[in-house]
Design a binder for this molecule. Structure first.
Ligand SMILES: [Zn+2]
Length: 333
């Protein structure tokens, strides 16, 4: 299939890798999660920039020099903020925002594990592991489990062979990132009979999680829902917890993108932390199909967009999902 796509549309292997990662496990959750809580909500500027980043639509029409500067000479190209913002994921001077993204995700993971009823602490060393994992969790029904949090961006500058490998499935990239992390920090990983688990909380910057993490999380939510009794909704608990992780990652991705490009930061300055007394951003910015789907599948309240929303049937509305994404990115159709 790749062989057909590349020549007819003029795509490159790195575009295919990006598409596969956009289709990763739970990669689209942040687009459709209902913003019933602050931690599940975006600001307009964040949402528009992140949709643009996902679609690879320019964030800055011409690009521009990285606002963090850099050395001249051979490394000069590194100082250029490309229109699509990939620079921000490899600029050495932007590493502070990557570290903060990692820290926020680690803390959110700890919070969600506690919300599910487990004991969880960050940065607990285990003498049986050569590297200190990010989160340690335990519970009555949960054996000792360590999590390593790792966010990785599929760099476009890698050679074609690496791109083909990373684009071979929707989780090939995160699986490769985890293998690399295991080799580098965990001596290849704990033995199969270890009395604990080491789970890869590994996620792509486009939002797709490692399949092992997703499988573990589904099981943990099921167990928590069973403990909570017949009134608990496993589906609701899954969406809330994955939604928090997904939105945390994307809001921090915005900070990474903005780290080198001053204009993005100005879009949301002074508005971070705004209470949700206004109509949440989702209802104004999300694709109609997402709003419709949320209403049908999860019983969200009807869209407060009111009369401004054109009356369309369910069938035609689903066809508009792509158009909705493009409109959310701030483009005319
Ligand atoms: Zn930079």
């Amino acid at each position: 299939m790749l062989g057909c796509v590349v020549p007819s549309f003029g795509w490159y292997p790195e575009d295919w890798t990006r598409l596969q990662n956009c289709a990763g496990i739970w990669a689209g959750v942040w687009l459709t999660v209902t913003p019933t809580e602050h931690g599940l909500s975006f600001l307009d500027g964040e949402y528009a920039a992140l949709v643009r980043f996902r679609l690879r639509v320019p964030l800055q029409p011409e690009g521009g020099p990285c606002r963090r500067g850099g050395t001249r000479g051979s490394a000069r190209w590194r100082r250029w903020y490309d229109p699509e913002g990939d620079h921000a994921h490899s600029c050495a001077r932007n590493s502070g925002t990557w570290t903060r993204r990692h820290g926020h995700l680690r803390d959110q993971l700890k919070t969600m594990l506690r919300w599910l009823g487990f004991w969880a602490e960050a940065e607990q060393a285990d003498s049986r592991l050569p590297h200190r994992p990010d989160v340690r969790a335990q519970g009555f029904t949960l054996p000792l489990t360590h999590f390593e949090v790792h966010v990785s961006h599929p760099q476009r500058s890698h050679m074609e062979a690496a791109q083909d490998r990373r684009g071979s499935s929707n989780c090939a990239f995160v699986e490769e990132a985890w293998r690399r992390r295991l080799d580098r920090h965990y001596a290849g990983g704990p033995p199969p009979n270890a009395p604990f688990q080491l789970i890869p909380a590994v996620v792509c910057s486009y939002g797709g999680w490692h399949p092992e993490f997703a499988q573990w999380w589904r099981g943990a939510v099921r167990a928590a829902a069973e403990r909570a009794g017949p009134t608990a909704s496993p589906q609701g608990m899954l969406w809330r917890s994955v939604g928090f992780l997904s939105v945390t990652l994307q809001r921090q991705n915005f900070q990474v993108l903005a780290g080198c490009a001053p204009t993005l930061e100005h879009q949301v300055q002074g508005r971070l932390g705004r209470p949700l007394s206004e109509v949440p951003e989702f209802w104004r910015a999300a694709p109609e199909a997402a709003v419709l789907w949320g209403g049908e599948e999860l019983g969200y309240p009807p869209s407060p967009r009111g009369d401004a929303l054109e009356p369309v049937g369910p069938d035609s509305d689903l066809l508009h999902s792509a158009a909705g994404h493009v409109r959310a990115a701030g483009m005319w159709l």
